[in-house]
Design a protein around this ligand. Structure first.
Ligand code: G6P
Length: 359
């Protein structure tokens, strides 16, 4: 059952649909709704770090960028590094700093090298991984498991959602309550599997994709916690469709990428909530619209971004930290359906490997 396609055309589609289950597994026994507390047993002996460095590659690096935001909101300075860069040009590890390796497989050579480099300079290390007994789990001082279940598709899908969920648990557990709304977060996490199911049941991604077959390039924009989602949306898209896709921080468009925007470059804009970030991103949406680019808004409907969009991919209203995860599911489906329409090798994209064990 775990290794068959269970009636789905591809492992990736099966794994996208497994996300509610994967997240329930990851949350199981770790949320206490009464107290609004999070308990991750594996982290019992990890103190509150003064600073955090993340090291990771690919999709896991995008999860790390999301983790950076969570730590910063909790008042802990954090940075994310591409593991291959860190391994050969390490940032100074501060006193009482924690270096967290995010790696689904636990075997990515670049991430292992970065962690070994950090450990060699006396840093405390923590692995966030899916695979019990993996090299990273054996080598790091601490390990937290994301409990996603096996992922066969080369392009990560459910494990990214599990990483983001686990990062919320990790930050709450190490810097608990620092942001003052733990109870709301805990209840949003509890509702997350159901919210994802709703996205899966109601998505219109397949129809949206049909509008843009044959276009020149595909851009993804977001701000704050939606920036890593934009990066991941573009990475997934290029991995499995082989089309040109880029993710940008929405505010960076005007500093260069806008030169690429035409009527044949659809822009997927991730806009959740209705705060300053949302309003500024809507400003960027207007900029691309003025250059005739089609706009697909991925939104919870709280702002008026829909007014400027050609298509809308809706997500349920939720906590600001869980909204990016729901938006990501819509973008996974966009990539999947585009790749499927183009007849690509979805589960095994050309030139890519599930786990890259060479530097
Ligand atoms: C490979 C895979 C990517 C993955 C990356 C990091 O490049 O194709 O999908 O994100 O490795 O993998 P990890 O196991 O370290 O999360």
């Amino acid at each position: 059952e775990q290794t068959g396609k269970s009636g789905y055309d591809h492992y990736m589609l099966k794994e996208i649909h497994e996300q509610p289950t994967a997240l329930r597994q990851g949350l199981s026994g770790r949320l206490d709704e009464l107290s609004g507390r999070v308990t991750v047993e594996e982290l019992d002996d990890v103190g509150t770090p003064e600073t955090v460095h993340f090291v990771a590659c690919g999709t896991s690096y995008h999860a790390a960028l999301y983790g950076v935001e969570l730590f910063r909101e909790a008042g802990i300075p954090a940075q994310a590094f591409i593991a291959s860069e860190y391994a050969t040009g390490p940032a100074p590890v501060p006193e009482n700093g924690l270096v967290i390796g995010v790696t689904q497989s636990g075997e990515t050579a670049d991430t292992l090298a970065a962690l070994r480099e950090a450990a060699g300079r006396g840093a405390e290390t923590l692995a966030l991984t899916n695979v019990v007994g993996s090299t990273v789990a054996r080598e790091c001082d601490h390990v937290m498991y994301i409990r996603s279940g096996p992922e066969i598709g080369v392009a990560a899908s459910k494990t990214f959602s599990s990483q983001l969920t686990s990062l919320n648990l990790l930050v709450e557990s190490l810097a608990g309550g620092a942001t003052g709304d733990s109870r709301e977060l805990v209840s949003a996490l509890r509702d997350l599997p159901g919210d994802i199911q709703q996205v899966l049941d109601e998505t219109t991604a397949e129809a949206v994709v049909d509008e843009y077959l044959g276009d020149d390039a595909f851009f993804f924009i977001g701000r704050g916690q939606n920036f890593p989602v934009a990066l991941e949306g573009a990475l997934k898209f290029k991995e499995i469709t082989y089309e040109h896709a880029e993710g940008f921080a929405a505010g960076e468009l005007k500093h260069g990428p806008l030169a690429l925007v035409t009527a044949r470059t659809p822009v997927f804009a991730v806009v959740t909530g209705n705060d300053e970030r949302a309003r500024k991103t809507i400003g960027n949406v207007k900029e691309v619209e003025a250059r005739d680019a089609p706009v697909v808004a991925v939104t919870d409907g709280q702002s008026d971004v829909e007014r400027y969009a050609d298509h809308v991919l809706s997500i349920p209203e939720t906590h600001p930290r869980t909204a990016p995860m729901l938006a990501n599911v819509q973008l996974q489906l966009v990539s999947y359906h585009m790749a499927d329409r183009l007849g690509r090798s979805i589960d095994k994209p050309r030139n890519l490997a599930k786990s890259v064990t060479v530097e």
